[in-house]
Ligand binder design. Structure first.
Ligand code: CUA
Length: 187
């Protein structure tokens, strides 16, 4: 090995080292920019899925007026359930849905924070005044499922219970024929 070879080897090493140092600095800058974008962009822009509603006007107009609450059979065969939680009950208190059908539950609160939990399923969502909570569900078997409020909403909380009644798909379809909103309140 000559002194010249040595010198050449050191040059190659230095160049390689610089190249890798540049790459790692670029990676760090990209990560910092991604973090800044996610942090700033997400808090300055409303999230795409947030839906708001005015809790003081729910009963007057819009999606959650009383005549629109309950279960609706959509033209594509799916079902949309609309419900309200208020101290200390759900409206409708008995939700009627068909088995083996994709169901979208849309619900909100008319006063304080409540929660909806359907026993034995993974349906579990908060109802926050001013916001619409959307939850997808599907029941394979018919039957009754308890639906307690799962957020403490003051002294009547323990008494705030609803029910989901899952009935046969054909039976639901025949009930839904006349249009309108279905529930099992008073049945
Ligand atoms: Cu409503 Cu707890």
């Amino acid at each position: 090995m000559t002194a010249q070879d040595d010198h050449h080897g050191a040059e190659v090493a230095e160049r390689t080292e610089k190249r890798w140092a540049t790459i790692s600095i670029v990676i760090i800058i990209v990560l910092a920019l991604l973090a800044a974008f996610a942090g700033i962009h997400q808090v300055t822009m409303p999230q795409a899925r947030v839906e708001t509603t005015d809790p003081t006007r729910l009963h007057l107009s819009g999606e959650f007026v009383e005549s629109n609450l309950g279960s609706a059979l959509e033209s594509n065969g799916a079902v949309t359930v609309r419900a309200i939680g208020q101290q200390y009950s759900f409206t409708p208190a008995c939700i009627l849905v068909p088995a083996q059908t994709p169901i979208t539950m849309r619900a909100t609160s008319a006063d304080v924070v409540h929660g909806i939990l359907v026993q034995g399923t993974n349906v579990n969502t908060m109802l926050v005044p001013g916001y619409v909570s959307e939850q997808f569900m599907r029941f394979e078997k018919t039957g009754d499922y308890l639906m307690p409020c799962q957020e403490f909403c003051s002294f009547g909380h323990e008494g705030m219970w609803g029910k989901v009644r899952v009935i046969d798909k054909a039976e639901f379809a025949s009930k839904a024929k006349s249009g309108g909103r279905l529930s099992c309140v008073g049945e």
